[in-house]
Design a protein around this ligand. Structure first.
Ligand code: MG
Length: 222
């Protein structure tokens, strides 16, 4: 057994946002900047409160729909969140287009410290590594900017392409299929209790919430 991994682990899959990738500038600050350039003076703090509430509302929409998703649904999610967070901006569609494009760029994101080395070492030890994200096709253009994540680039499971999002069992079944092993041989690493931890374990995978200690535990002893 490898340190930090449950016995029998053959594959390790990672959530993207909040686990491996973090916004280089926080979403509320980016939104507030776009709003100001589009004629609405608003603080990042004011945007943040509206963003959090709008995000929560959209989670409820997905829950009511049984966690079904698509590229179209993801665009609609973010269109709703942008228009709610930037309420009063003269041209919400222009702001949406700008923000949607922003978060498709690698420069909008930073890698969590320790991730690159952990992924490289896990792959070098013969483990299958991949990613399982509630995102859309933009994740692929983001990953292109992070060579450290190359070992998992061929196994990126994106909810909008699967048609189901976390925490749905159908999403995790696709993770297991891509991993090419049994559910109990897959460890899922994420930052969200319901989407990552509860969803993965309900589907028979092992799961762990991400912490700095988790990254360290994946490294070779010594
Ligand atoms: Mg996350």
């Amino acid at each position: 057994m490898t340190a930090g991994l449950p016995p029998g682990t053959r594959a390790v899959f990672f959530d993207a946002v909040g686990t491996v990738l973090f916004p280089a500038v926080s979403a509320p600050a980016v939104y507030a900047d776009v709003a100001r350039r589009n004629g609405l003076a608003v603080s990042a703090d004011a945007v943040k409160a509206r963003f959090v509430e709008a995000y929560r509302v959209q989670e409820g929409v997905d829950r009511a729909a049984g966690w079904v998703t698509s590229e179209e649904r993801e665009r609609e999610r973010w269109r709703h969140i942008v228009s709610a967070a930037l309420r009063g901006v003269p041209d919400p569609d222009a702001c949406f287009a700008e923000l949607y494009a922003h978060f498709a760029k690698p420069a909008a994101w930073e890698l969590s410290p320790g991730v690159g080395r952990a992924v490289t070492e896990l792959a070098a030890r013969g483990l299958v590594v991949g990613m399982g994200s509630n995102y859309d096709s933009r994740l692929l253009s983001v990953l292109d900017g992070f060579p450290d994540l190359a070992p998992l680039r061929d196994r990126v499971v994106v909810s909008a392409a699967v048609g189901w999002r976390k925490p749905a069992a159908e999403f995790f079944r696709e993770v297991v299929r891509v991993a090419g092993c049994e559910p109990g041989e897959v460890l899922f690493v994420g930052d969200d209790v319901e989407n990552d931890l509860t969803g993965a374990t309900a589907a028979g995978l092992n799961a762990v919430l991400v912490t700095p200690a988790v990254w360290d535990s994946f490294r070779s002893p010594g």
